[in-house]
Design a protein around this ligand. Structure first.
Ligand SMILES: Nc1nc2c(ncn2[C@@H]2O[C@H](COP(=O)(O)OP(=O)(O)OP(=O)(O)O)[C@@H](O)[C@H]2O)c(=O)[nH]1
Ligand SMILES: [Zn+2]
Length: 344
């Protein structure tokens, strides 16, 4: 049988990943995950694999060990292990009462943050997604979608996204799409609220090619894929794209570095605050508050910084509390066994 992908580099494979693959394992890239199984692409095309016992045990101890879309994994019959990730989009897990990270996508090069021009661009939401994106290790690009419906002041968006490219795109007219193309072997993920136009954008980038390779929806035969799952797709001109369902409540998890990149100008101003540990709330000699006063820094931007900082600190405190609880439990077990030993 002829290989579908004789050269795995079109799927993003390279020497770095190859170095962590054991000799008797086959490499595969995860396109979609389900409970206990994954759809993967190998040199021979798409197949479904089940998790090995060892992988299940590792995942029970730490959910982050579970494969996610975009992962490179090692197969030997079953899915044996997840190869070290080069980038990972992690949000706060949703299990009540427990703080843990949930990996949304791995090994992505570019994060497209889709924010619709209509009903109106929400800069705070863009900043939240940017924190996740910077933290992941991938390069964020902000796409103001549905640009045919309203014109948006991109400079205002750019001011909320230092270091990131901002573009207006329309899947309806094709505006801006040429600049959003993904080179062969590179992977992009599209994040954004429900209805932001993510799936329409993916379909527009795919053109007719996607219809040929993805299942045609029987009811209307239009070949559109509906986003229920996160899914990695191979575009006709070689790039890889991960579509995600609209995210409700994207909690920040361990995103302090990401936040400082989103608000880099506040960090620079803070260097000039009188107090090293200034909270930029009411302190005398606060350079950040002075910048707001002088109209240099939008008040909205500082408010957003405060909000996301508080959230990150709260998440960090919850994680620490859990670690502390574990330590206490450990200590109690040791204490108990000592007591047992001292018994006559
Ligand atoms: N006018 C216009 N409408 C668009 C454009 N892109 C998407 N839409 C419409 O916006 C609606 C939502 O688009 P989707 O692509 O389904 O949005 P999504 O982000 O994938 O939504 P979820 O799957 O719920 O996360 C649909 O009715 C699209 O037809 C665009 O560029 N211009
Ligand atoms: Zn200050």
């Amino acid at each position: 049988m002829a290989s579908v992908f004789p050269d795995l580099s079109v799927l993003g494979w390279d020497d770095g990943f190859a170095a962590s693959l054991k000799p008797d394992h086959l490499p595969a890239r995860v396109t979609r995950v389900d409970r206990g199984t994954c759809d993967v692409l190998t040199a021979d095309g798409e197949t479904r694999v089940v998790h090995s016992g060892a992988l299940k045990r590792a995942a029970a101890a730490d959910p982050v060990a579970l494969p996610c879309v975009g992962d490179w994994v090692a197969l030997r019959g079953e899915l044996q292990e997840v190869l070290p990730r080069r980038s990972a989009i992690v949000r706060a897990g949703v299990t009540p009462g427990v703080s843990h990270g949930q990996v949304l996508a791995a090994n992505v090069d570019v994060v497209y943050i889709a924010e619709p021009a209509v009903p109106g661009v929400d800069l705070g939401r863009i900043e939240r997604f940017l924190a996740l994106a910077w933290e992941s290790g991938a390069q964020p690009v902000v796409l103001v979608t549905k640009a045919d419906l309203a014109s948006v002041d991109l400079s205002e968006v750019a001011a909320a996204a230092p270091g990131a490219t901002v573009r207006a795109v329309s899947s309806t007219t094709g505006e801006g799409l040429a600049d959003v193309r993904i080179p062969p072997g590179r992977t992009a993920v599209v994040l954004g609220r429900s209805g932001a136009g993510k799936s329409t954008l993916v379909n527009a980038l795919a053109g007719a090619g996607l219809m040929a390779t993805q299942e045609i929806r029987a009811a209307d035969g239009r070949g559109r894929h509906t986003t229920v799952h996160r899914q990695l797709l191979v575009l006709p001109d070689g790039g890889l794209i991960i579509d995600t369902p609209g995210l409700r409540g994207v909690g920040l998890y361990d995103a302090e570095d990401g936040l400082s990149q989103v608000f880099s100008e506040i960090g620079e101003l803070a260097d000039r605050c009188r107090f090293h540990d200034c909270h930029h709330e009411a302190e005398p000699g606060c350079a950040v508050l002075a910048a707001v006063e002088e109209g240099e820094l939008p008040e909205r931007r500082l408010a957003s910084w405060h909000k996301l900082q508080r959230e990150a600190a709260w998440m960090a405190s919850r994680t620490d509390a859990r670690l502390r609880a574990e330590k206490t439990r450990e200590w109690k077990i040791i204490h108990k066994s000592m007591r047992g030993r001292n018994r006559p």
